[in-house]
Structure formats: C-alpha cells, structure tokens
Design a binder for this molecule. Structure first.
Ligand code: CP3
Length: 360
C-alpha cells in the first residue's frame, strides 16, 4: 500500500470526477439516492475497531484521540475492515468528540467508558471555548481523506460527525449518560443558553463535515445517537432546527446525507424532514414500518440487531433476509446494523453477513 502524506486538492464546487463516476456505479450511492442497485449495499457502523485483532495491535500503544490525529493510522484503520469484509462503503476512522477537542475542549475517550469531559457545561461562560472549527484545526483529517480516496478506488468513503444534541449531552453530563437528566434540565430551564450551545455545536459539526466533504468524502452520516431520549415535540423544538442547519449546509454538494439515531422510532419522520436523504433505523422498528414513518420518499439504512451475530447460523441468515425483504419497501435500502458492531463479535460472522446480503 502506498501512503502519501499530502492532501489532494479539494473539489471546490460541483462533483469531483471520481464522485461523478461513483454516483452512477456504486450500489451504496445508488441506494442512498433512492435507486435499486443490482445488490443490496452493506456496511457496518463501527466496522473499524476492537472487533479486529489488527486494529487492537495497531492501537495497543496509542490513545484513541491520538490515533485519530495521525493520518497514516486513520487511513490504515479505515481500510482494515474494507480488506476483511469487502463492504460497499468505508467509514472514516475518527470520533464524534474529535472536533470538540480540536477547538480546545478538554475531552478524552476512556476505554470501556466513552468520552469524558473535564469541565462540563453548566453556565454561559462555559460556552466560550466552543468557537467555530477551522480547517487548519484538523489538517490531518483532510490529509487522511485524501489518502483514503486514492486507496479506496471504487469503494465510497463516508464522512461523519456527531449531531448537536448528542454532543451537547456529552458536554453537559461530562460523560455518557442513560437518562440525560442534566441535559434536559438545561434545555427546559434555560432555552436561550441551550439554543446558543446547540448553534455553536451545529457550526463545529458543519465545519468538521465540510473538511471531510471538501477533501473527497462521498457521503456523510450525522450521528444523533442519543436523540431517542426525546419525544417528538421536544425534538422538534429544541434539536431539529440545529441538525437541519447542519444537513442543509450539504444540500448542494451531491453527497447523500444519512441521519442516524438509536431508539428513535418516534422521531423517524422528523429526522427525515430535518434534511436527510437516508434515515438510519435501529432494530426496534421493522424497516417496512420505518419506511412508512419516514414518509415513503427517502432511503433507509439498517437495521439488524447487532446481537444477532451471536445467533445460530440459520437464525442469523433468516434475520438478514428479513431485513432485506422489509428494506425493499423503501425507495432505497442500505443494509447495516441498528447500532454499532459489538466488540465481542466474530469478524468471520461479519464477513458472512456481507455475503448473505449480497446473495439476497
Ligand atoms: O468504524 C466506524 O464506525 C468509524 C469510527 C467511529 C468511532 N466512533 C470510533 C471509535 C465512529 C463513527 C464513532 C462515532 C461515535 N463515537 C459515536 C456515534 C456512534 C454510536 O455508537 O452511536 C459515539 C456516541 C461516540 C462516542 C464514543 N467513542 C463512545 C461511546 C466510545 C466507546 C467507548 C468504549 O470504549 O466502549 C468511543 C470510543 C471509540 N470510538 C472507539 C472507536 C473504535 C473505541 C476505542 C477503543 O478502541 O478503545
């Protein structure tokens, strides 16, 4: 593998020649556009990571965020699952809190825990650190995307970022939370501070996605992993306008926008309406039902329960086929799990799922 060190010149406007070709031929990009390619495209959230021994070996002595700042490591880790599973898309190796760290937030990723924020947001003065992200803050991201699209050939690259609500939850709680209590308390008690915070996060997220798209990412996924903690009314009032601003910033780039959350059965319509081309669905709502809730006019992504990898082979195969059958109810379907790959999964089973989906 040849790994250069300089970024390719970003396409400033319109579609790059590479992307124009891929848009017509790649099953992933065709399905995202609402088409029915010759095979159902498949990739896995968290396909890079602890499930792969080669990842664990490479990461052994490097902290998570440091590995995200090393373009050679990012490139290698992004490619590892592509070599193993031959999925229909690669996802850029990084983390949703990386852009927060890049603007100066004191945040680290603690193994087995997740993001931990040293000074959680409690008052207006705590927002000062949240300045807009400049491309120079994450030069290594442009470099890695440039290296990746050269290595990936016909396999599209998905760029991603955390949505404002999910980032806000980490910043306000100080770490992972089940109930998002402090987050909701701030949202209800100080809406002005809340909207200022989410507005700043929307700007940082847009900046982080902009760097990836300008360097050549073929699609973007906005992870609002914890939005499912909200009912539709609160989601629409406190969250959707900010996520919509992020998604709208990429309306003219020709890159499909995937909008994903967990436990969001009640929000699927709203998450589509926020400006997504593809709505990500967890395993709790069957895809045909999800397609109806989304409104019948956009593609869906999902939604095998990630724990199905531990089921007997015949049960697994039937569940994979069931997801494919139900996904056919939507204008386009990208196969995925309903949430990230579980670290205890057998990589051989993941490769087998790719084959099962492609045989469907
Ligand atoms: O393969 C991929 O999907 C690309 C890489 C990716 C990572 N994080 C790498 C990672 C992506 C897309 C993310 C997004 C992310 N990060 C989300 C949204 C997706 C989701 O799961 O809902 C969230 C909520 C985070 C925050 C975060 N970062 C958590 C909860 C954790 C897990 C902590 C743990 O150890 O259990 C991380 C760390 C992280 N991000 C790892 C990886 C591969 C594990 C780091 C390690 O190897 O120890």
């Amino acid at each position: 593998m040849s790994l250069g060190t300089t970024a390719v010149a970003p396409p400033r406007s319109g579609l790059s020649p590479r992307r124009r070709g891929l848009t017509a031929t790649s099953p992933f990009l065709r399905a995202a556009a609402g088409d029915r390619p010759e095979r159902v495209p498949v990739w896995f959230m968290r396909q890079a990571g602890r499930v792969l021994p080669e990842y664990r070996a490479l990461r052994a002595t490097t902290a998570m965020l440091d590995s995200c700042r090393n373009a050679e490591m990012v490139t290698e880790i992004t490619l590892q699952p592509v070599r193993r599973f031959r999925p229909d898309a690669a996802i850029f190796f990084s983390d949703i809190v990386l852009p927060l760290a890049a603007v100066g937030v004191d945040v680290d990723i603690v193994a087995g825990v997740g993001p931990v924020v040293a000074h959680p947001i409690r008052a207006r003065a705590d927002l000062d650190v949240l300045r807009p992200l400049q491309p120079d803050d994450v030069q290594y991201v442009s470099t890695a995307v440039g290296m990746l699209i050269r290595e990936l050939g016909e396999t599209p690259l998905i760029g991603f970022a955390g949505a404002p609500f999910t980032l806000a939850s980490y910043l306000i709680e100080g770490g992972p939370s089940r109930s998002h209590t402090r987050t909701k308390a701030l949202m209800y008690s100080d809406p002005e501070l809340w909207h200022d915070l989410l507005g700043r996060l929307a700007e940082i997220t847009t900046g982080f996605l902009r760097v990836q798209v300008d360097a050549g990412a073929d699609a973007v996924q906005l992870f609002d992993s914890w939005a499912g903690a909200l009912n539709e009314e609160d989601y629409l009032r406190y969250v959707a306008p900010h996520s919509a601003r992020v998604l709208a910033a990429f309306a003219d780039d020709g890159v499909p926008r995937i909008h994903f959350g967990v436990n969001t059965g009640q929000l699927l319509g709203a998450m589509g309406a926020a400006g997504a081309d593809v709505v990500g669905v967890d395993w709790r709502v069957p895809l045909d039902e999800a397609a109806l809730r989304v409104g019948g006019d956009r593609a869906v992504q999902g939604n095998l329960d990630p724990a199905t990898v531990f089921a007997p082979a015949d049960v697994l195969a039937e569940k994979v086929r069931d997801v494919c059958r139900r996904g056919a109810a939507a204008p386009g379907h990208i196969f995925n799990f309903g949430h990230g790959v579980l670290p205890e999964s057998d990589p051989g089973v993941l490769a087998h799922i790719v084959d099962l989906v492609h045989e469907f």
